[in-house]
Design a protein around this ligand. Structure first.
Ligand SMILES: [Zn+2]
Length: 308
């Protein structure tokens, strides 16, 4: 089974719990994930909302050290990729391809030069905000949320120049439409579901999904219970409803996975990455192999091949 995932918080958890990437008790370990081949994973450095300014920059650097340490330690099995050629070459060598993202633009500490620095450190995707407000703009959980700040607009423009992918998961709705206005390249929602199916604000409206599609972006299905089903009593079969809905909006080339492993409570019938194959099997009951493979790997791979 092919598996390309746009968002996990595993490296942040490795940092917090001093766990090893290869073998651990977390949702995601390299040992268990490598049951899938080819395998590509975007690792997020998450900046919680209580970190701002210099403390956020330090937090980013601390988790980054853990990421580099784990990449080096496991370099016979996993490869930190900075561009499409490296992604292709890692997979050709049967190695896991790792991409690095920032979850929460607070990591920049409000300084544009820190964006260039993050790019040079290998960050290729940035979720502009987390749930709260930061220098870039407001997250979805801010009351009477505004959109991007002036600094946020500057950041998005510079990201496009650098070739860093803009990720709108967690961003307020106003912020989303600001991004749509300011950008010319495709952007993504790395880990967001359909608001039509589960009304949580973290999920996308149909209009947002259609805009991402129109722009050539991709949307990663999030496995967090609370975003799968209203009330949160979610099981693997609930994933199907979101996919069905996004497909009804013409999303066959937009769908990807962004499971949020180690950043969420998974469906009740799932423990960790070893159960991702259960989702694959479940979906094959309802959708063609081509659609399921597009969701599991092909759409994300094509996106990064073209945009990295
Ligand atoms: Zn998140």
């Amino acid at each position: 089974m092919k598996y390309f995932d746009l968002h996990c918080d595993t490296i942040t958890e490795c940092y917090l719990k001093k766990a090893e990437l290869f073998d651990n008790e977390l949702h995601w370990s390299l040992k268990r994930a490598q049951a899938y081949n080819p395998l590509a994973q975007v690792f997020a450095i998450w900046i919680p909302d209580e970190y701002r300014g210099e403390s956020a920059v330090r937090r980013f650097e601390d988790v980054y050290k853990t990421f580099i340490f784990q990449m080096t330690k496991n370099s016979d099995k996993i490869s930190f990729c900075h561009n499409a050629a490296e992604l292709k070459s890692a997979l050709n060598k049967n190695k896991t391809a790792a991409l690095l993202s920032i979850e929460g633009g607070a990591a920049l500490g409000g300084k544009i030069e820190n964006l260039d620095k993050a790019y040079n450190m290998g960050v290729r995707i940035m979720t502009l905000t987390w749930n709260g407000r930061c220098e870039i703009g407001d997250g979805v959980m801010v009351k009477h949320a505004k959109g991007l700040t002036e600094f946020g607009v500057e950041v998005v423009r510079r990201m496009e120049q650098l070739g860093m992918i803009v990720d709108v998961s967690h961003l307020s709705e106003k912020g989303f439409w600001n991004v749509a206005e300011v950008t010319s390249k495709p952007f993504i929602a790395s880990h967001s579901n359909s608001q039509k199916i589960c009304s949580h604000k973290r999920n996308l409206t149909d209009e947002q999904f259609i805009e991402i599609k129109k722009r050539g972006g991709i949307v990663g299905i999030n496995l967090y219970r609370g975003f799968l089903r209203d009330g949160g009593k979610a099981f693997i079969k609930d994933v199907k409803n979101h996919i069905e809905h996004f497909l009804s909006l013409g999303g066959e080339n937009v769908l990807a996975l962004g499971g949020d492993l180690d950043g969420s409570d998974l469906p009740y019938d799932m423990k960790g990455v070893e159960d991702i194959s259960k989702i694959y099997d479940e979906l094959l009951k309802s959708f063609s192999e081509q659609i399921v493979n597009a969701l599991f790997f092909d759409n994300a791979y094509r996106f990064f091949e073209n945009n990295l």
